[in-house]
Design a protein around this ligand. Sequence first.
Ligand code: MG
Length: 275
Amino acid sequence: MKNRYSLIVLVASLGVMSCQEKVPADVVGTMDATVKDSVIVYEEYMGEEPTTPEGTEFYEPKVPVVKPGFIGKAPSDAIVLFDGTSLDNWISTNDSTAAKWHLNKDGSMTVNDKTGNIQTKQNFGDMQLHIEWKSPLPVQRENQNRANSGVFLNGIYEVQILDQNDNPTYVNGQVASIYKQHVPLAMASVPTGDWNTYDIIYHAPEFNKDGGKIKSGDITVIHNGVLVQDHVEIKGTTPYVGWPKNPAHGKGPLMLQDHGDDSGVSFRNIWIREL
Ligand code: MG
């Protein structure tokens, strides 16, 4: 509601400044919108209204055909980052050498404790990400030390992974939180030892030539089919200590966390569609 209120205030302010003025697309959501007397109007719907069905139908641009994945497989246009056969697409974050995590016979990989985070060789910006993860059995430890890992978008924005079952912790650091920024809308984990899915939509922030942030990024997370982060604003990096920071950046790697406390978290079926 706060964002909607802000939009209304902004639009109203723009309307006061000028009776009819073109406004940025990200304010009104379309390139063809104008603010007139404080109200959003759509230029494409001005003029004489069509009186036939064909008058409001169009055939361009062509929509690409994508064969969906189903049953754990990537869609036809996805970049497959891990299919269970090798860690070739990944390197150690510490020293850029080959990733040292365990490759398992069941098509998954598991954090190799204290060898450090791993990240993709390839860099990404806006993306749709699918990743599956599993907390180990038997359960060990509690709070933030129970199967803690994380998916770091652009290498710096963490979507938390944690075994949350019967394991309370601070809510802005629980499973599917944007770490220490956004509490998830629900706790949607499967039982410990079963595979979870994250489907994540990420839009990167934008920076001007002086390094100042001019547009925030955003994250949407669907956890096991449940919307848990709804297009939330990225306020900056997601540090354990201190405030979020906003270093200017371009594309970056996808990074997975070794929390350094024998988390035993496993991953499988990781793919990205660039947006
Ligand atoms: Mg973590």
